[in-house]
Design a protein around this ligand. Structure first.
Ligand SMILES: *Cc1c(COP(=O)(O)O)cnc(C)c1O
Length: 790
């Protein structure tokens, strides 16, 4: 493919798809014309993959997820198709700024954080490996809210990614299903007939997901909700315009907006409807596709593997049983076994507040037939294990974790530590009954986006050093290890990191009016705000360090830039106060002439995938400081290590495996282990004892209390202070000294620039295991029983 052909196609789309003449084309027009020209080149491999799957009568994987945090797609597609040079040349020849064209694409923010980003990395790896499959989710009209700061406080605004045409999708008006809610159930022989009281249409929108080198493409099928009847014409004719449009508005509400929190169970009826809406539409589509080729539904598990990304699609269990039993007359026991052999479930959290439960009464009202079937499923389980106390329905609630476990043939945790905790805590009783069901598949990230796309400088160096095979076989990064002893390689590695830091500093400068010294250590904590992730531990340490610098200005401080990024759920008051505190502390510290040569705090608003792609390649230090036992895996931690940042972290989630892979000597470990945290909490005075034992922590809390960071307002942070001093469930105080001391070891290590860079290079060389290709191969072998098609 050469630039001339691509250019001709861009001009053709500009004229015939966008109706614009080059002389009047805006940045949007150019971007859309390039998008369509690139998309054209995805279609052929996409069709070929579909045909090959049909021809082989292959099993398919269906990944059901409420969230797909995919970000921008254009640059990724250009890389995967090998069109980078052609696209650059075509843009130059049209006098367009290629970087600006790429940056014009809005992020598709159809997810909150790690869980949704994992789903996006999995789509990329499935296409790269030739694992035939579909991602299924919701086409939210509004993705995750846009964040800005007003006087340091988070302000949320509706995100509007569909205001412009979405260039990647294909609308499928013919692929539409009516999805019902409510109504009644009547007996119909051995089965039952559900007559819903209301209904909406689920309409499909397909986005092809192209794999590395364009060898395979799968489909991300997102469902949009539409009214069954568009409009009440009688009401309109009587002048009731709002009433006339009411039907439509009510139906569209279902796919209107992403719930901005995946760490608490909202228990809202609309959320239940969203979950059923996309799950039911996806199952109808899956069964339709199966029945187009096969007649006996008992063979469904040999042709379809359905993965539930957390419990959000857990209603797939009873819905699939309903389709098999009520609609296709399969005996109930057999329907349950068939559904179980088809379904499997990924657990993402042990936080009790995040484990979904639905009030039985609500479930019975919204999904009356499903409530009956949930009881049948529970009865079946109870008769198989009469001594077991496990219940799906308990205390008036339907527990979706138990339902998913019982309806899945495999249940996986997302890191080794987390999978062990799944066995010993939330699902201990179920694990005893089904000892082979829980397995581990440690998460991963796609190297196409998180190295090749995000870090072109380091990628070029790696390719020059070990050739290009690493992009689809990331373990080959190990071949870099011998080069760590080579001064030439190490100088080039350091140059790439420095250039990334200069670029980030420039971006800080023109976007946020605050450039920073590229020779300072870039210390980065970017992730959703949650008390368990402990951004407040980081800012307390920042305050303590600042105090120390003022007291000892001649101590030879290592210059640092503390970089934060992340959003808090709009209803999570404590997380929002932590954001406010960080911004307040930044204002004071950044204005201090004594310390400004050593310490800066930067917090750009609206962290998203595109911002992660800028920050991670420039990071020196990766903050992974959650309370041990609380972060199921983390994937941000993997992106950083891959890009040559050293981790300061606890033994939590995949940090454990990162440390094993990169070597304990290349990882800054601090804090209590998961069992130590549990033991610590047995002392109700753990926080008071820790504060008493740490003059530094005590002083930092005192500065906040005195209003040093809040213009003398000594009340502003009362809630945070009270929480830390009285409860501190997340053991910030008990881990503080260990963290502070570890940070001083980090300071010392950074002063030996050559040694630091060697450790950084070893992190890159030893992070190949964290490719999501490895994760997907694990699912294919251990859960889905499917072989790659390429
Ligand atoms: C990778 C990623 C996450 C997950 O980060 P963690 O540190 O693992 O919580 C969240 N949001 C975005 C935008 C990401 O790219």
């Amino acid at each position: 493919m050469n630039a001339t052909d691509l250019r001709a196609d861009i001009l053709k789309h500009l004229e015939f798809s966008l109706g614009k003449d080059l002389a009047h084309a805006t940045l949007y027009d150019i971007r859309m014309a390039l998008t369509l020209a690139v998309r054209d080149r995805v279609v052929t491999p996409w069709f070929a993959a579909t045909r090959a799957t049909y021809a082989a009568k292959s099993k398919r994987v269906y990944y059901l997820s409420m969230e797909f945090l995919i970000g921008r797609l254009l640059e990724d597609a250009i890389h995967n198709l090998g069109l980078m040079q052609a696209a650059q040349e075509a843009m130059t020849s049209l006098d367009a700024d290629f970087a600006a064209v790429l940056a014009d694409e809005p992020d598709a923010a159809l997810g909150n954080g790690g869980l949704g980003r994992l789903a996006a990395c999995f789509l990329d790896s499935m296409s790269t490996l030739g694992c035939p499959g579909y991602g299924y989710g919701i086409r939210y009209e509004h993705g995750l809210f846009r964040q800005s700061f007003h006087e340091g406080r988070q302000v949320e605004e509706a995100e509007n990614w569909l205001r412009q045409r979405h260039g990647w999708e294909f609308e499928r008006p013919e692929a539409a299903f009516q999805i019902g809610f409510g109504g009644s159930v009547s007996e119909a022989g051995k089965t039952a007939l559900w007559t819903p009281g209301e209904a909406v249409i689920a309409k499909a929108y397909d986005t092809p997901t192209i794999g590395w080198q364009g060898k395979w493409a799968n489909t991300l099928r997102l469902w949009g909700a539409e009214p069954v009847r568009a409009f009440d014409l009688a009401a309109f004719n009587q002048g009731d315009y709002a009433g006339a449009a009411g039907l439509e508005a009510a139906a569209r509400t279902i796919s209107r907006v992403l719930y901005p929190d995946d760490t608490t169970d909202t228990g809202k009826e609309l959320r239940l409807k969203q979950e059923f809406f996309f799950t039911a539409a996806s199952l109808r589509d899956i069964v339709r596709r199966f029945q187009a080729e096969h007649s006996d539904l008992r063979a469904l598990p040999t042709k379809a593997a359905i993965q539930l990304n957390d419990t959000h699609p857990a209603i797939a269990g009873p819905e699939l049983v309903r389709i098999l039993h009520d609609e296709n007359d399969m005996p109930l026991d057999e329907a349950i076994l068939t559904a179980r052999a088809t379904l499997s479930y990924t657990n993402h959290t042990l936080l009790p507040e995040a484990l979904e439960r639905w009030p039985e009464a609500l479930m019975a009202r919204v999904l009356p037939r499903h409530m009956q079937l949930i009881e049948r499923i529970e009865d079946t389980h109870r008769s198989a294990y009469p001594k077991s106390a496990v219940r799906i329905v308990e205390g008036g609630d339907v527990k979706m974790g138990e339902l998913s476990f019982i309806m899945g043939h495999k249940v996986n945790g997302v890191s080794a530590l987390h999978s062990d905790l799944v066995k010993t805590t939330v699902f201990a009783e179920l694990h005893a009954l089904h000892p082979d069901r829980i397995i581990n598949q440690t998460n991963g990230v796609t190297p196409r986006r998180w190295m090749l796309g995000a870090n072109p400088r380091l990628s070029a160096l790696i390719t020059d050093t070990i050739s290009s095979g690493w992009v689809a076989d990331l373990e080959r990064l190990r071949e870099l290890e011998p080069h760590v002893a080579d001064a030439g390689f190490m100088a080039a590695f350091a140059d790439a990191k420095r250039a990334n830091k200069v670029e980030l500093s420039n971006w800080f400068g023109h976007e946020h009016g605050q450039s920073v010294d590229p020779d300072a250590m870039y210390d980065v904590q970017i992730k959703r705000f949650h008390e368990y992730k402990r951004q407040h531990l980081n800012i307390l340490e920042t305050i303590a360090l600042w105090t120390e610098m003022r007291d000892n200005p001649n101590a030879g401080w290592t210059p640092r830039v503390k970089i934060f990024g992340g959003k808090a759920a709009p209803g999570y008051v404590m997380a929002k106060e932590i954001i406010h505190l960080i911004n307040d502390v930044a204002t004071v510290i950044n204005a201090d002439p004594v310390t400004s040569q050593w310490l800066k705090v930067v917090y750009p608003p609206n962290y998203n995938v595109s911002m992660a792609e800028k920050l991670i390649p420039a990071a020196d230090l990766s903050e992974q400081i959650s309370t041990a036992g609380k972060e199921a895996s983390g994937t941000g931690n993997m992106k950083f290590a891959l890009n040559g940042a050293l981790t300061i972290g606890t033994l939590d989630g995949a940090n454990v495996e990162i440390r094993e892979q990169v070597g304990a000597e290349n990882f800054f470990l601090f804090g209590m282990t998961a069992p130590e945290v549990v033991a610590c909490r047995e002392n109700p005075e753990h926080q008071a004892d820790a504060i008493k034992a740490s003059p530094r922590l005590k002083a930092a809390l005192k500065l906040i209390e005195k209003g040093i960071f809040s213009d003398g307002d000594d009340k502003r942070y009362k809630a945070i202070l009270k929480n830390l001093r009285k409860h501190d469930y997340f053991t910030v105080c008990a881990d503080f000294d260990s963290y502070y001391d570890c940070q001083r070891q980090v300071d010392a290590a950074y002063r030996d620039a050559d040694q630091w860079m060697r450790m950084a290079a070893l992190n890159t060389a030893r992070s190949g295991w964290f490719s999501s290709d490895r994760t997907i191969l694990g699912y294919m072998a251990d859960v889905w029983d499917i072989k790659p098609m390429i």
